[in-house]
Ligand binder design. Structure first.
Ligand code: AHM
Ligand code: MG
Length: 336
């Protein structure tokens, strides 16, 4: 621990570093922190109580939501709504964005996009899952209801983004434009402590993360890159290690610390990839850039994509700079 700085102290200390220091962003982060603690409590006891299992309701992507997803969605939405600091929220679990009607919220300068519980297929097997969030300044006038344009901004316009990983320890990792900082939760006293100050991803790595079960469906450039990772070459320390948890937050977090690349490409089964630009890719791309890495769709920087739809999907190549560049080389030459 670095001198036992708590997340609350850190946010207050750094408030003036933030371009638009009005206290609203600090309050918003505090609401996220509170909701994360409540979700963490439920995640930890998920094996004990009857919260597991599917609700039978399908989300907009046609996937069945599990109960803990619904719970996390409600908790985050409620924690943010009652504080009135944002004018609207978009959630991966909701078809449409929510524009708050009350006067205080309409004065809010920010909107929040959230994937309340990502990696939900891992809930009932006791594997790490996460929450991903992203904050933008609104483009519509203060005092009015949030509009779709507020939510459809390029990732480059984010003012903060982060994730919570519910793993062997629970951590909250976030950035507001001045680097990435990670806080580990001490459940015995309910406090997040700064444990990973100024996180940087190694420029190169030896871990590749991709669902290789879909190999036959991948474009040739991705197939060739996987083979490159598996080839033997002493000079570049290959073959690399393959690690794929199936929870973006957990795979990302490991690669951020150790160096690596995560790929969710296009495939015959998922022509636009699987991951959502607004809820998953943009926040992770914002974090990785501030940590010294890069994120692309195989060609273009994720943060430069102009969204046209709230639930738009994109392929994702994210991680250590040199690994992503090498993957690009294969995509460019053989297609991706
Ligand atoms: P979800 O939002 O429905 O949980 O899906 C996103 C998850 C990511 O966390 C993970 O990296 C990916 O889907 C795994 O997908 P697959 O099982 O197709 O490899
Ligand atoms: Mg998700």
């Amino acid at each position: 621990m670095s001198g036992y700085t708590t997340l609350g102290e850190f946010v207050i200390d750094r408030q003036t570093d933030f371009q638009y220091a009005t206290g609203e962003l600090s309050r918003l982060l505090s609401a996220i922190r509170l909701a994360a603690k409540i979700v963490n409590r439920e995640v930890n006891k998920a094996g004990l109580v009857d919260i597991l299992g599917e609700t039978g309701v399908e989300n907009i992507q046609g996937e069945t939501q599990q109960k803990l997803d619904v719970f996390a969605d409600e908790i985050f939405l409620e924690a943010i709504r009652v504080r009135g600091d944002v004018c609207g929220i978009g959630s991966e679990e909701q078809d449409e964005y929510i524009a708050f009607e009350n006067e205080r919220s309409k004065q809010g300068k920010y909107i929040l996009l959230i994937d309340p519980l990502d990696g939900s297929s891992n809930i009932d097997v006791n594997v790490s899952i996460g929450t991903i969030f992203s904050i933008y300044r609104r483009v519509s006038p203060y005092g009015t209801k949030a509009t779709k344009e507020d939510f459809l901004q390029e990732g480059r316009k984010q003012v903060a983004a982060g994730y919570v990983i519910y793993g062997s320890s629970t951590m909250l990792v976030f950035a507001t434009g001045n680097g990435v900082n990670g806080f580990t939760y001490d459940p015995s006293i309910g406090v997040f402590y700064l444990s990973h100050p100024d996180m940087k991803i190694p420029e190169d790595g030896q871990v590749y993360s991709i669902n290789e079960g879909n190999y036959v469906h991948f474009p040739d450039g991705v197939k060739k890159y996987i083979k490159y990772c598996q080839d033997e070459d002493e000079a570049t320390n290959r073959p690399y290690t393959s690690r794929y948890i199936g929870s973006l937050v957990a795979d990302f977090h490991r690669n951020l610390i150790k160096g690596g690349i995560y790929i969710y490409p296009t495939s015959k089964k998922a022509p636009n990839g699987k991951l959502r630009l607004l809820y998953e890719c943009n926040p992770m791309a914002y974090l990785i850039e501030q940590a010294g890495g890069i994120a692309t769709d195989g060609k273009n920087n994720i943060l430069d994509i102009k969204p046209t739809d709230l639930h738009q999907r994109t392929p994702l190549f994210i991680g250590s700079k040199k690994m992503v560049e090498k993957a690009h080389h294969f995509v460019k030459e053989f297609g991706g």
